[in-house]
Design a binder for this molecule. Structure first.
Ligand code: ZN
Length: 412
């Protein structure tokens, strides 16, 4: 969400028209007054001001990743024991000043069991995948030619009377989820000593903090670059294990990466890393074994790493001349569509998960970048690097505050 406060902003902090629109829209939150319920949709045009050719409804399913990000914001506001299923999600359109239908974005507000709320604001980029779906449908029905440009915008339709029982997946107006309450397992760990020990790499602003030790980062790099030994070079990598942590002082929620499992039997193909069933079975087994050990029982998969062991221009074919240029900013440490698709499906409801990509710059020198979820996309983010892991008690008990009778959410 470039250009605006990435954390979103709380409701009612806005001024001007946005304030009034949002204040008006909050009426929809009160079940007693169902006279103002909105349904979000993407309106598609062939020209910026041309006629609308398609209106694609935005379903709750389309907003799954955004709901998860709001849950993470909730966890980070000192509520680490609140499970996703305990939150009521509400979607509030942010109307554009001059138009009652068109929106600049929308706010997703989560309300927890104690009625405290956390909200994040998203703009139109957060529903890019809905526009993609509309475009695919238009192509299939030959309304659209493959080379045509599409313009899309966000609209909120006012529904005077909501259907008596609206299934969650059918509309993103007002939704309350009924799911099993499964709290996360996390460590209680003060954040400040870690921040004093660690060095920030890249921009860590507004992101959930991720801590690496040098050893773990080196391991991730070694496994990710392994595929460079093959001819032609292959993708290779691993899954990063770690613990979720809550700071008892600040309430901040963060990730401590502690190990990497190498994926040596993944079905490796150039430019894409696919995990076979056998690979997944092995990963699950390692994670379960770790969780059975008191010292590592909060460990879970917190991220993924892999190598893009090819030059940045290799995918497009040779001959664009980047070798000849004095400087070239291109790198192969980017998120491919496949990486995004993979992460969205594997890390569903794990908004803290990251993807670390080890690539090459145009001169073949190693570069690497970490990406995290923001507005449902994988966006470059910073992390913290430290020499060694903080001291944890040997059996971990002193730092655990997980209700012992409830199951953990690992491996979901
Ligand atoms: Zn990739």
């Amino acid at each position: 969400m470039e250009g605006q406060k990435p954390q979103g902003r709380p409701l009612f902090e806005d001024d001007g028209e946005g304030f009034r629109a949002m204040a008006h829209a909050t009426i929809a939150m009160e079940p007693a007054d169902q006279s103002h319920v909105f349904t979000l949709a993407v309106a598609v045009r062939l020209q910026p001001n041309g006629p609308e050719i398609k209106r694609e409804p935005i379903t709750s399913l389309d907003l799954t990743d955004l709901y998860s990000e709001v849950w993470l914001a909730y966890l980070r506001s000192g509520h680490p024991a609140t499970s996703y299923s305990q939150l009521s999600m509400c979607v509030l359109p942010v109307f554009r000043e001059e138009n009652r239908d068109r929106c600049d974005g929308f706010v997703v507000q989560a309300r927890g069991p104690n009625r405290e709320t956390t909200s994040l604001q998203f703009d139109i980029r957060a529903v890019y995948h809905v526009a993609q779906r509309a475009s695919k449908r238009l192509l299939e029905t030959s309304v659209l030619q493959p080379s045509s440009y599409l313009y899309y915008e966000l609209v909120a339709e006012r529904r005077p009377t909501p259907p008596p029982s609206l299934p969650a997946a059918e509309g993103a107006g007002v939704g309350t989820f009924v799911n099993k309450h499964i709290p996360l397992k996390y460590l209680n760990l003060p954040l400040q000593p870690l921040l004093e020990e660690a060095k920030a790499v890249g921009s860590v602003d507004h992101w959930i903090p991720v801590f690496y030790t040098l050893d773990v980062l080196k391991m991730a790099e070694r496994f990710s670059r392994e595929g460079a030994k093959y001819e032609p070079a292959q993708e290779s990598g691993g899954v990063v294990l770690g613990s979720l942590c809550s700071c008892p002082d600040s309430g901040e929620f963060f990730v401590l990466a502690t190990d990497v499992i190498q994926l040596f039997d993944a079905d490796q193909t150039s430019f894409s890393l696919t995990y076979s069933n056998k690979t997944w079975a092995r990963i699950q087994q390692v994670v379960r074994t770790r969780q059975a050990n008191p010292a590592t029982r909060t460990e879970r998969i917190v991220g993924q790493c892999h190598g893009h062991n090819f030059l940045p221009c290799a995918e497009k074919g040779k001959g664009d001349g980047c070798e000849q240029r004095r400087t070239c900013q291109m790198t192969s440490a980017f998120v491919s569509e496949h990486d995004l698709e993979w992460s969205r499906s594997v890390f569903v409801r794990q908004p803290w998960a990251f993807c670390h990509i080890f690539g090459l710059d145009a001169r073949g020198r190693p570069v690497h970048r970490q990406f995290g979820f923001r507005s449902g996309r994988l966006t470059e983010r910073g992390y913290y690097l430290m020499e060694r892991l903080p001291m944890l008690s040997r059996n971990g008990d002193a730092h655990h505050s997980v209700p012992k009778t409830l199951p953990s959410e690992e491996n979901t």
